[in-house]
Design a protein around this ligand. Structure first.
Ligand code: HEC
Length: 193
């Protein structure tokens, strides 16, 4: 029994001495395969030269027409004709229901109310402080779901685009909520209150 202990102890000492020895650690191991690519991949650097591409560079722009995953391209142009086209033809894919209106309400409050006011009457905080001029009361504008979407995409005059802050679905939820605000503001509805 004592004999076995000795062997184990000696083996441990030998392992601990040799495994950490500098000499052994620094010596490269045997390589079995000739091609080094099998061990080390060729690292592509973004701006490295690459003769396979026309501009000779590794970095390439996405192919024309590329969209990111989940993106729905908006093909109506940012022009007055585009605005009118959207106003007349563009329809919301969402059904009008309480859930969509509730989400639209939250997004409207975050993104639009500061100018347009909680009720859509144009009396947002920035209006009251004279920071932004010309914010309309929704009831005074002839707007459709298509035109509202178009204006969120591209902005209009003093209003900037909100396309980058909101995805397609979120834009339509806001559109639905703006329609509701506008309906509530129209004279036949306000006179009863
Ligand atoms: C920085 C202030 C500001 C913010 C924020 C803002 N708007 Fe506007 N909005 C304006 C101004 C100013 C106009 C008037 C533009 C014009 O017709 O000259 C306008 C006009 C509009 C119109 C009427 C456009 C038309 O066709 O006559 C709609 C609809 C509208 N905004 C919706 C929104 C929605 C929805 C949001 C939030 C996603 C939003 N706005 C955020 C300032 C703002």
């Amino acid at each position: 029994m004592k004999h076995i202990f000795n062997i184990v102890a000696i083996t441990l000492i030998v392992i601990s001495l040799t495994s950490c020895s500098d000499v052994i650690m620094r010596k490269p191991n045997v390589r079995y395969m000739a091609a080094t690519d099998m061990y080390t991949s060729v690292g592509y650097e973004t701006y490295a030269k690459n003769p396979n591409f026309k501009n000779g560079l590794e970095a390439q722009l996405p192919v024309a027409g590329t969209i990111f995953r989940g993106e729905i391209p908006y093909e109506i142009a940012n022009t007055e004709e585009g605005y009118l086209l959207a106003k007349e033809t563009l329809m919301s894919p969402l059904e009008v229901n309480a859930a969509n209106l509730a989400k639209g309400n939250v997004l409207y409050t975050i993104n639009c109310a500061i100018c347009h006011g909680d009720k859509g009457d144009g009396q947002g905080v920035l209006t009251q402080r004279d920071k932004v001029l010309g914010i309309p009361n929704y009831k005074d504008r002839i707007i459709t779901e298509g035109s509202i979407y178009h204006v969120i995409m591209y902005g209009r005059n003093m209003m900037g685009s909100h396309a980058s802050q909101l995805n397609d679905n979120e834009r339509w939820e806001i559109v639905q909520y703006v329609q509701k605000l506008r309906t509530d503001l129209l004279p036949q509805n306000t006179s009863n209150n």
